[in-house]
Design a protein around this ligand. Sequence first.
Ligand SMILES: Nc1nc2c(ncn2[C@@H]2O[C@H](COP(=O)(O)OP(=O)(O)OP(=O)(O)O)[C@@H](O)[C@H]2O)c(=O)[nH]1
Ligand SMILES: [Zn+2]
Length: 363
Amino acid sequence: MSFAPDIIETLARARADLRMGVPVVIADAKAAVLVLAAETMDAQRLADLRVLGGVPVLAITARRAETLKARAYDGDLARIVLPPDARLDWVLAVADPADDLKTPMKGPLLSAREGDAGMHRLAIRLVKTAQLLPSAVVLDLQDAAAFALANSLTVVQAALAGPVLEQVSDLHPVVAARLPMEAAGAGRLHIYRPEDGGEEHYAIEIGRPSRDAPVLARLHSACFTGDVLGSLKCDCGPQLRGALAQMGAEGEGVLLYLNQEGRGIGLANKMRAYSLQDQGFDTVEANHRLGFEDDERDFRIGSTILKSMGFSSVRLLTNNPRKIDMMQANGITVTERVPLKVGENVHNRAYLATKALKSGHLF
Ligand SMILES: Nc1nc2c(ncn2[C@@H]2O[C@H](COP(=O)(O)OP(=O)(O)OP(=O)(O)O)[C@@H](O)[C@H]2O)c(=O)[nH]1
Ligand SMILES: [Zn+2]
């Protein structure tokens, strides 16, 4: 019997710690590192880190390194050595592209080449899943177990964490209740809760679709600005309402509302991307400058929910071929793509054109 958290629970704790600016330890049998999210680190913790000695590095993604013209010897990431006199603003300026244009020269940035970057990769993965900027300050630790105990720090075992961070979390149905909506009187809202402590996702079932025939389905990723505020910068609001209206008109369908705001980077990072778009970058370039891929969403969540509801084939309302590929690869047959072209306006025309050009959207 053990009341100790397992690896999934430990990772959830570690994410919460990093969001609060508390360091965590990543360890394996031979080595260990202390990790702080660059975004939430404060000057005191940086000063404390210096007292520990050693050479801290700032782990950034290859995407961010490319913008900064820093060498990424580790392939998908770079370990930038913190200069001895670097202050907190230096760390934030490397991590956050907000002032790249105002103060373009951060360098010269020296990238570490020796040693293994496995724990740095895990650190970036963790801060990404905590929806922070993908950048972490990492320092090699001696006597990590004693250090973690003395400072009450969460310790993540690298060998266990790696595979868990690649998987899609199990999702459990929590509750479902009747929900009449403007688009359809016969609505039902199902709540799904992931086992990894992440965001809940929702399924809106309209009518009583047969589980034996392809169901009209939409995977809708959360867009607070578009869905709730009626933002004109994207097409999400009209797509959400358009999809529900079509399901209402056909009398049945299922809309998954996946809490993957900002193509999986979170609302704060999406607003950072918007601010870069105001500096002239397009939606894809903005993600890259922040250190993210074009699209960080995991649509396996969608296929998992559909399967747990008993569906195996869909007529998918989408313009995004990646969604179709990901459904097919994860056991959901897409019998038809149903286009969903609504809501174009003068403010989102360039955004939609970029999606067609760079993300392969079919308009
Ligand atoms: N990072 C980022 N996310 C954005 C931006 N504009 C909109 N989004 C997000 O993009 C997602 C759009 O979701 P969807 O409409 O499901 O996806 P899609 O890839 O456009 O595919 P379809 O609508 O099915 O054709 C939402 O999570 C929005 O919050 C942006 O400029 N940057
Ligand atoms: Zn949107």
